[in-house]
Design a protein around this ligand. Structure first.
Ligand code: 73E
Length: 832
């Protein structure tokens, strides 16, 4: 009683000894723990339980250990009260948690041993876990990787997002067509979250704004028309090699108890209940389209819902220790992941103005010091817009504030650039036109102290194309932080063979926290012993992948073939179609070869995987084409093991963990200027997989690190693209290209009518993504990969050099850069 955290801990240590304060991790304690959870948490007999129940018990036992560290971290950070960063994202693709947790906690082997004693195998139980797929693709997985790095590097940070009940749809393939099924991921419970029934906030919508007198001053009061409760679900994020565990707080919508007495008194009891239930729809489902905005009310509601709850939480925490809002920027950094959480800016303004009664200038200055904005977009046309009417109806007070911000910004801007009305209207936060829109990116730029791109060339695109006017106005505001991925998930968890090999040759496991040490592998790149072990590790991973492919598709693949992989969301700009056309060309060549030439062909297994947004017709046709071509090739006796094409359905984080380590070559072949960064390439690189790529997004920087001579680079360069597009129809596609397109058009793979519109996109004047133009150099790069693969010594050397050059692409580096240059935060490490 009356004791603070330090005193309580000291007392506990005195009574029990330091080690007894913490849960024990020896094999016997772990076994007992697991059995206790079988009996009391899962409520099965400890003498009779199956794999799934064992998984449940195991995960609760791990969760206990996570919670312990998570409490200690929170109490310590609370006491220190450093500046914290709050990472706001509408999407987090966490994937599975179990293996990652025990590895980061440093107790994997102990658990494996305990389970063996109980007659279970860790890997088998790990397969019981489903993915947490609360995101679409790269942007969402980036959020997850950054959280892992923040925790590992002991930064005082929180993640905030939405707890969707339906994650990203499951992709089913029926007769080669994609079908979408709901991902009701919470059906079997989620042991990795902690429901916080008492951490909840009211979030308001609709209604009107009125003016009231408050101490002689006119104040705006928002009278809401609907109130929904946001309840916190906390997800501990353990760091590796530290006791720090951060919190990812996801909000779920629940009906509010507070304001609806009225409806109960009207007598329509059943309807009143039904109406309440509607509140929950806000956090029901993740929007499955990346990069296309449809101005949907529910999406806007989701955005405001999570932003409002998060800010209430953050301001409450600040007010625990502080009264003066001028200190807010010294204690709080708010990072918005793309424009999706940008309403946080307006909400903070509203809270400071209407609830804390700060004057406009002070509120605005504080707000601008707090926010930083990362954009992931490359096309000006891809930027998020919200119809003014929609926003004004849902959030009337916020629209007023946006108008006021814009008015003041326009006045300032006129002083600087004069009466250049074209430029003023381009930079305005409000887009005038038949439908008036709020330009969310402009709002985010105006109210942030820093705007970051996600790769070096992305910043260049921001300057030249996306935010040209703003970059000229405020050049010092724009930066880039090259994305990264966490080596814990993408090597240690997913590729244990390679992981132990690296540690053995470097003589240390330190690279798991200090990834630059990977460079130490360079000196052994030609060492025959390392080469032998390296190839063996790859072979084991390929075997695992081959078994998976056979189970899924019935296609048997040869381990001697080159595994050539392209896995990512299906998009025209990512050019999966170029890949498929390349496969058709290869097939065509083999069909027309003499027997002796066939002997020289390097056997290939071409693997494609990825989801198409449900309404994205062309992307869905690409998936069908892949299946149609695969059907033909895989059943052709002339081709045999020389060429296989497989589509891996339902690509997600856990599938990636299996596919990436087992690939030899991976393709990142977007038309230059279209991929802001691309992070898949980094995961493949770390796993010693060679890259066949265009110079786009992060591959430009990968070339700088591993050398273009260790990659297969092709295609039109960024600065050539505009002229090529200009030329359009006069660009003659090569004959080989015309031939393979014709095969598709003429129904060689069936479904002539269905593929017609897909083929039309490749007509010379319509080939926006320049597949025809790039086809020749693409085939040359593929041929170069074949030649390199024949010389296995050379190939293995290139593979080792790829891993050795991957250091820069760790999210640890990304986080260090953000912490120093954008957020101004320091590590805060709990000393025990
Ligand atoms: O290049 C990738 C990038 O690596 C980019 O396309 C992706 O973000 C990755 C991480 O920086 C991205 N996702 C979205 N926009 N860019 C997006 C947009 C709307 C909804 C969901 C995702």
């Amino acid at each position: 009683l009356g004791m603070d955290f330090g005193q309580r801990k000291a007392k506990a240590e005195k009574m029990f000894g330091l080690m007894d304060v913490f849960l024990k991790n020896d094999s016997v304690s772990l076994q007992k723990d697991i059995l206790d959870h079988v009996e009391y948490t899962v409520a099965r007999s400890r003498f009779s339980f199956d794999d799934f129940e064992a998984y449940q018990a195991l995960s609760h036992s791990i969760r206990d250990r996570l919670i312990e560290r998570w409490h200690d971290t929170h109490l310590y950070v609370k006491k220190q009260d450093p500046k914290r960063v709050y990472f706001l994202s509408l999407e987090f693709l966490m994937g599975r948690s179990m293996t990652n947790s025990v590895i980061n906690l440093g107790i994997r082997d102990q658990y494996a041993d305990a389970l063996n004693q109980l007659g279970f195998e860790f890997e088998v139980l790990a397969e019981q876990e489903g993915d947490a797929a609360l995101g679409n693709g790269g942007l969402a997985r980036l959020s997850a990787c950054l959280m892992d790095s923040l925790a590992t590097l002991d930064y005082p940070a929180w993640g905030y997002g939405l707890r969707y009940q339906y994650g990203l749809f499951r992709q089913i393939i029926l007769d080669g067509f994609q079908l979408e099924q709901p991902d009701y991921w919470l059906n079997f419970g989620n042991p990795w979250e902690i429901e916080r029934v008492h951490v909840s906030y009211s979030v308001k919508f609709y209604g009107t704004v009125e003016e009231e007198d408050l101490d002689g001053e006119r104040t705006k009061v928002w009278i809401p028309g609907e109130t929904v409760e946001a309840v916190a679900y906390d997800n501990p994020i353990p760091g590796y090699g530290t006791r720090s565990a951060l919190n990812l707080r996801l909000w779920a919508a629940k009906p509010s108890d507070k304001y609806d007495m009225e409806s109960y008194n009207t007598g329509d009891y059943i309807n009143a209940i039904m109406n309440r239930q509607k509140a929950e729809t806000i956090s029901n489902v993740l929007y499955p389209d990346d990069r296309s905005y449809q101005g949907k009310e529910l999406r806007l509601k989701q955005q405001y819902f999570f932003v409002s709850a998060s800010l209430q939480d953050i301001i409450r925490r600040f007010k625990d220790n502080h009264q003066n809002f001028d200190e807010l920027p010294d204690k709080v950094a708010l990072q918005i992941n793309d424009t999706h959480p940008a309403l946080a800016i307006v909400e903070l303004m509203r809270m400071l103005l209407d609830e804390e009664h700060l004057d406009w200038n002070r509120a605005f200055e504080i707000t601008c010091k707090i926010f930083s904005f990362t954009t992931h977009t490359v096309e000006p046309g891809g930027l998020e817009k919200v119809p003014v009417d929609l926003l004004g109806h849902l959030l009337p007070r916020h629209l007023q504030i946006i108008y006021e911000i814009n008015y003041k910004f326009m006045e300032e801007l006129k002083k600087i650039i004069g009466q250049d009305y074209d430029r003023l209207s381009r930079m305005s936060i409000i887009e005038e036109g038949a439908v008036k829109n709020v330009r969310v990116a402009n709002l985010s730029i105006v109210c942030s102290h820093t705007v970051n791109g996600v790769s070096k060339v992305h910043l260049q695109l921001l300057k030249e194309r996306v935010f040209k006017d703003f970059c000229e106005l405020w050049p010092q505001k724009f930066h880039y932080k090259t994305n990264g991925v966490t080596q814990r998930r993408w090597v240690v968890v997913s590729n244990p063979n390679l992981c132990s090999l690296i540690s053995k040759w470097l003589g240390t496991e330190s690279w798991i926290r200090n990834v630059d040490l990977l460079g130490g592998l360079r000196q052994y790149a030609t060492d025959p012993d390392l080469q032998r072990e390296w190839k063996m590790a790859k072979k084991v991973n390929k075997l695992r992948l081959a078994e998976y492919i056979e189970t899924l598709s019935g296609v048997k693949v040869s381990l001697d073939a080159m595994f050539d992989v392209q896995v990512k969301r299906i998009h025209e700009y990512k050019r999966q179609l170029l890949n498929i056309l390349g496969v058709i060309h290869r097939f065509d060549c083999i069909k027309n070869m003499s027997a002796s030439d066939k002997g020289k062909v390097v056997p290939r297994v071409c693997i494609i995987g990825g989801k198409a947004a449900p309404g994205y017709d062309i992307a869905k046709k690409i998936i069908k084409l892949c299946h149609a071509v695969a059907d033909k090739i895989n059943n052709d006796a002339d081709v045999g093991d020389l060429l296989k094409l497989v589509f891996i359905p339902d690509y997600n984080v856990s599938v990636a963990e299996l596919v990436i380590p087992g690939s030899d070559l991976s393709q990142h072949i977007s038309t230059a200027g279209h991929e802001a960064s691309g992070t898949g390439s980094m995961k493949f690189l770390m796993n010693g997989c060679l890259l066949l790529a265009t110079a786009d997004g992060s591959t430009v920087e990968i070339m700088e690190e591993v050398g273009a001579e260790n990659m297969f680079i092709f295609g039109a360069k960024l600065d050539e693209i505009p002229a090529l597009r200009e030329k359009g129809a006069s660009l003659k596609a090569p004959l080989q290209f015309a031939r393979v397109v014709r095969m598709v058009r003429d129904g060689y793979f069936g479904f002539e009518d269905y593929f017609k519109s897909l083929c039309d996109t490749l007509e010379e004047e319509k080939d926006f993504y320049l597949l025809g133009y790039d086809f020749t150099s693409y085939l040359e790069a593929q041929a170069a990969a074949d030649r390199a693969f024949v010389d296995q010594e050379k190939w293995t050397q290139m593979s080792i050099l790829s891993t050795a050059g991957a250091g820069k692409f760790s999210s640890d580096r990304t986080i260090e850069e953000y912490a120093k240059h954008t957020w101004g935060i320091e590590p805060c490490k709990c000393p025990f």
